[in-house]
Design a protein. Structure first.
Length: 383
């Protein structure tokens, strides 16, 4: 069994943190495949902190690509042609030189199966002219390349420079004929760090090259805050939060800068769906205030697809999952279904994607006009 990065032994795998051993995991933007773990780029806010993988700075494999793809497509959460997939988005960078052959191997394997699912590949690395042809040879998948760009020039926070991602975005967006799509993934936005008028203008210019732009804030979780403190990094917020943070005034300034753009989005799934000409797979349309910046053509697609499920529909979809025995539907409105009895978030995402409708957990209420974001930096809006 050949891998381009070292393959861990069974013993080594058994010693990994529990969540790191779970190579298929449902996250909000899709079912995530992570059989390669470890990254050398060292972004201070990396989500690897929360998986106990921060010290793994060289990529290693937990299994072969073929085994990993099998595990993904045979997973109880995977639905052909429907489930959005994310590749290497929590533990490594998909275009590190040693990881990129694995990235292409997985994409090509999925494509050979004639799957038409969305596949999201998030990168900040250098892409090469040859990558255009190889990506274009994927005939079935809806591939979206999301280029993480922040404009942060404090090397203690982001040692790998943002201009590389900017150049990769321009390179991959340049061909007029292509099957894959590109998104400027403008994040993490942090007040005082990368939100000057110059930063905003630079992102706006870069966004003109991409098929769409998404802006989003920082996941400032406890493990990440602890790392900032231990290393004397300027702490962006006094508090931590389970959701991404985008303060209200910053959002207003961003919308002002992009007021001539018709392809700016608050939600990753909205941008990814838009660039492929399909309705949002997370069903955000019910949360009406999210859509006020969306292109009209996309509004039409989402409006047409919007269908409020009944409690019976939700139970029907949930029936295939043994872990949702205790599921209760607490409320259904045109915005979202509110459920209780789920012990983890993963089955909730399964329901959301299967129904194309927002499914919220009663323990984590969403506040109107905050777009599913943390409360930090928002005042005076009604819960
Ligand atoms: S119409 Fe609303 S839900 Fe649909 S893509 Fe636009 S913002 Fe998202």
């Amino acid at each position: 069994m050949a891998t381009f990065v070292p393959l861990l032994t069974r013993d080594q795998i058994d010693r990994l943190p529990e969540r790191a051993r779970e190579v298929v995991e449902y996250r909000k933007s899709g079912l995530s495949l992570n059989h390669i773990q470890g990254c050398s780029l060292g972004c201070a806010y990396c989500i690897r902190h929360t998986y106990g993988l921060w010290d793994e700075n060289q990529p290693v494999a937990l299994m072969s690509d073929a085994e990993a793809v099998r595990e993904l497509v045979e997973h109880r959460y995977f639905q052909p042609q429907m489930t959005p997939v994310q590749l290497f988005n929590r533990a490594t960078e998909p275009f590190l030189p040693k990881v990129r052959p694995h990235t292409f191997a997985v994409l090509e394997d999925l494509d050979r199966r004639e799957l038409t699912n969305h596949v999201l590949v998030i990168t900040r690395h250098q892409l090469k002219p040859d990558d255009i042809g190889r990506m274009n040879r994927l005939r079935h998948l809806k591939v979206t390349l999301l280029f993480t760009y922040s404009g942060i020039d404090d090397q203690r926070i982001e040692p790998y420079p943002s201009h590389v991602a900017a150049a990769s975005l321009k390179l991959m967006s340049a061909p007029t004929e292509r099957r894959y799509r590109t998104v400027l993934y403008w994040r993490p936005l942090v007040p005082g760090l990368n939100d000057s008028a110059e930063h905003l203008a630079a992102a706006h210019e870069l966004g003109t090259h991409a098929d769409a732009t998404v802006f989003t804030g920082l996941f400032y979780r406890e493990e990440i805050a602890a790392y900032y403190k231990a290393n004397g990094l300027p702490e962006p917020y006094e508090d931590t939060a389970r959701r991404k943070i985008v303060p209200e005034t910053l959002e207003r300034r961003i919308l002002g800068t992009f007021n001539d753009s018709r392809k700016l989005f608050r939600k990753t799934s909205c941008a990814v769906s838009y660039v492929h000409g399909v309705p949002d797979y997370n069903g955000h349309y019910g949360v009406r205030e999210l859509c006020d910046i969306c292109p009209l053509v996309q509004l039409g697609r989402c409006a047409q697809a919007h269908r409020v499920p009944t409690a019976e529909d939700i139970h029907d979809v949930a029936r295939v999952l043994p872990e949702v025995e205790g599921l209760e539907v607490v409320d259904i409105s045109p915005r979202a279904a509110v459920v209780s009895g789920l012990t983890t978030e993963q089955p909730r995402y399964f329901l959301q994607h299967a129904l194309g409708f927002q499914v919220h957990d009663v323990r984590h209420p969403h506040h109107a006009h905050r777009h599913g974001r943390a409360d930090i930096g928002w005042k005076g809006t009604t819960p």
